[in-house]
Design a protein around this ligand. Structure first.
Ligand SMILES: Nc1ncnc2c1ncn2[C@@H]1O[C@H](COP(=O)(O)OP(=O)(O)OP(=O)(O)O)[C@@H](O)[C@H]1O
Ligand SMILES: [Mg+2]
Length: 452
């Protein structure tokens, strides 16, 4: 796309020759012969660069600069000034001008400045993209070996390469966003943007313009036109989180987008095509909401093409040890302290919690323990008081039968020792006080899965 530049100067000679130099360099140039013409031009469109003289009839360069900062903050402004008014140049820099050039203008000098500024802008933009991508690449690991999580992994492998809309459901903290990111990362769009939008966090009055964008002047306060999130996510994945909290009025607009793959920015007359993959998530029961009339049924069907449901952590307790290891690794990086894991008593207690806040709550508990803990192993003493004071016995999970409880604990214990010896069965057997063959038998009997 050609870069658009506005040149504002009341001296026709300067204005036209400058325009010619920039046009020759491949830019799209508009000119304004005084301050008011410049103001009109910047109201009408967003330029990449404005080169403006300071002293002009109508409005001076500073006024043009200030207005440009207001209506189009991304625009870079360069001011031209005569030697005599260097103070004005300083004032311009303070008001947000990117640079100034002295008059008489050396064209090559100006061209070089414009090029450098645009390069810098591109660089900043690229760094931002890169940073966003790096941020996206952390936390992609989807930990879990329980039958439920294995099913989810399988489904994920099937659905990721398609462009299908996916609805991820599950209680708060079960890992819905982790799954959404994993889908994106395993899709062809992995190098494109993954844009999460929390539908519950944006005030209803702003949600529409945030999602679809708006044109300048389309409503009071819309001083600049703004690109919507849908259009920013073009070519990538948009993640509509907390979709159950989207106001019903907006749901019909979203439905239109999902059906036609077109968005209509607020105040615009013609829709724009957007090619974007949609993933939605909610901890609410959309089916029930649809029955009650608080969620559009047609939208529900459109979103629920593929449903991935994350069961609460208390229904897949066998994932807890693996998650703990993963979370310890993750915090170890920040805390820069060696941590090996949780000891048996602490693990037992952690395995028996109700985890109403699911993995997020577990994560908080682990982080807490790693901050207060002093040894390499997390012990019961490092766990938050509330957990310790509760009656955290294994019987809550496996029932009251003693043999069942012992078996469950035996399994947890052996798994934990195996983990600590990195699956070295000989070393594990020694620590457990078992012969190697008895350990093999236990692994069979208790269907212990060795974590890789
Ligand atoms: N299977 C998993 N593997 C690794 N980490 C997980 C897993 N599930 C959840 N987590 C971690 O737990 C935390 C909560 O996960 P996430 O934000 O995805 O939950 P959520 O379902 O989106 O919750 P909410 O509904 O509250 O937004 C995050 O720190 C995430 O990294
Ligand atoms: Mg979430």
């Amino acid at each position: 796309m050609a870069v658009e530049i506005l040149i504002a100067d009341d001296e026709p000679g300067v204005r036209e020759s400058l325009a010619e130099v920039l046009r020759d360099a491949g830019y799209l140039v508009e000119t304004a012969s005084d301050g008011s013409a410049a103001l009109r031009a910047i109201e009408a469109k967003d330029f990449a660069v404005i080169v403006t003289d300071i002293r002009m009839p109508g409005a001076d360069g500073l006024a043009v600069l200030r207005r440009a900062r207001e209506v189009s903050p991304q625009t870079v402004v360069l001011v031209m000034t005569a030697h005599a008014s260097i103070e004005t140049a300083v004032e311009a820099l303070r008001a947000g001008a990117a640079d100034y050039v002295l008059k008489p203008v050396l064209f090559d000098d100006l061209l070089a400045k414009v090029e450098r500024i645009l390069e810098h802008r591109e660089l900043v933009w690229q760094t931002q993209m890169l940073r966003r991508e790096i941020e996206q690449h952390v936390d992609l690991d989807l930990v879990g070996k329980s039958p439920a999580m294995r099913e989810i992994q399988k489904l994920l492998a099937k659905v990721s390469p398609t462009q299908s809309t996916v609805l991820i459901t599950g209680e708060s903290g079960t890992g819905k966003e982790v799954v959404a990111r994993a889908i994106h990362a395993a899709s062809q769009l992995r190098n494109k943007i993954f844009l999460p939008v929390n539908c519950a966090a944006i005030p209803e009055s702003l949600l529409e313009s945030q999602l679809f964008g708006h044109l300048r002047g389309s409503f009071t306060g819309a001083v600049t036109s703004q690109e919507g999130l849908f259009s920013r996510a073009r070519g990538g994945t948009i993640f509509l989180d907390e979709i159950g909290d989207m106001p019903i009025g907006l749901q019909s607009k979203l439905l239109r987008v999902v059906e036609s793959r077109e968005i209509l920015p607020v105040g615009a007359a013609t829709p724009i095509k957007v090619d974007v993959r949609l993933i939605a998530a909610t901890n609410r029961d959309l089916r029930k909401m649809a029955d009650e009339g608080t969620f559009r049924e047609d939208l529900y069907y459109r979103l629920n093409v593929v449903n991935i449901h994350l069961p609460p952590l208390r229904e897949r307790r066998e994932d807890i040890p693996g998650l703990i290891d993963f979370l310890i690794q993750r915090h170890r990086r920040d805390l820069k302290r060696p941590f090996k894991g949780v000891d048996n008593a602490a693990l037992k207690l952690l395995m028996s919690q109700p985890w109403k806040g699911n993995v997020r709550e577990l994560d908080n508990v682990i982080e807490h323990a790693m901050i207060v803990g002093e040894s390499e192993w997390i012990t019961i003493a490092d766990l938050p008081r509330v957990l310790r004071d509760k009656d955290g016995d294994l019987g809550q999970i496996v029932g009251d039968d003693l043999r069942e409880a012992l078996r469950a604990y035996e399994k947890i214990h052996i798994e934990s020792v195996l983990r600590r010896t990195s699956n070295d069965k000989r070393a594990a057997a020694e620590r457990l006080g078992l012969s190697l063959s008895s350990l093999y038998r236990k692994i069979e009997e208790l269907s212990i899965v060795l974590e890789t």
